[in-house]
Design a protein around this ligand. Sequence first.
Ligand code: PMP
Length: 437
Amino acid sequence: AAALDPETRRLTEERDVLGPAYRLFYRTPVHLVKGEGAHVWDADGTEYLDVYNNVASVGHAHPRVVEAIARQASLLNTHTRYLHENILKYADDILSTMPDELNRIMFQCTGSEANDLAVRVAQAYTGGEGVIVTAEAYHGNSALTSKLSPALGTAQDLGLTMRMIPTPDTYRLVIDGKPASACTAEEFGGWMAAEVRKAVADMNRHGIKFAALLADSIFSSDGVYPDPVGYLQPVIDTVHELGGVWIADEVQPGFTRTGDAFWGFERQEIVPDLVTSGKPMANGLPTSLMAARQEVLEPFAGSIPYFNTFGGNPVCMAAAQATLDVMCSEDTMGNAKRVGAIFKQAVTDLMPAHPCIGDVRGAGLYIGCEIVKPGTKDPDQAAALDILETLRAHHVLTSVCGRFGNILKLRPPLVFSEQDVDWFMSAFTDTLQELGL
Ligand code: PMP
């Protein structure tokens, strides 16, 4: 802490009041005060490139969203026990982006709450309790969802009704003697479906009835595994055959992020039973959703009242509406596809000169870059962390994901431009050179 400037040191020390559970990024924490598009500024006026933020989905401080929030806040903000246009208009507009089967929607404040509700809905519908997640998944911080989040590192405390299946690691897995990267979608999906079958058999042996698979279709915290497209079909078919439902967690792949479709499940051409999302939905206001097929929702909603004081309030709905409108008018899906492809190719092109890059994968503006020990697939977390710190020194912000914390997670606001890619690539090549990687 001695190397910190006085203001950074003061704020860092004052954070003691928040207790030790909160973790900051970087050895020298970043103190941000302002943002615009994919750029943020610290208290000293230094500009940074934001290659991490999927909360400011349509860009930091987007004027249309700011204006919508201010306008509604100056009129009325209240809970959801009264009629209001905003929630109904938004419900209509967001459901129109989904397949017709998904025709009911409820609003919350966080992704955790949305997943928590979806699990309860799935349990009421199936009469089961058991939930399957992948080995490095993160689905929330509530009492229920934290037990469905192995990424928290609390696997030994996980609930008795939860089962884990392996990460669908297309880089390292070998299936029946064949590298996963060489498998067809059908073969890879068949392997994953068999894992679901094993997990349900184990539940049943313990007297637990299967309720749901809770999974995001790009397996973001597992380490970013969006391909091959189609591999989830056999998995979801098996979930249904075994009497369960699929809760598609769209916190990460939803809202045009993958560039191929508005929703991650749409990219996989599957209609889920329940959909949850949050983070990118209202450009930073705490807003989340759970969409459902009516028949799936009915057993829960028909008997248990649900009240969420802030969920769906007029200001949050105004922010969500403006965010959705901007996604359409500025074609964030097209941008994610176009700029994402350029970005992924540019990082891939570094591989021959920098053997620490073992794999580059992703969809749209969600790219995972594996940092490994050269010539092997051994994860190199120390090198990945050195890269993060050096990128920060070059005023580029990002982070890592995956079991070994060695996968650079490149997930900028959806308005990331080609110039932003150039800025990143120049900082990244300098970083690799400086580190001798
Ligand atoms: N699901 C996924 C896939 C997430 O990435 C997150 C948050 N990172 C959540 C759920 C929980 O969302 P929240 O932090 O809004 O509760």
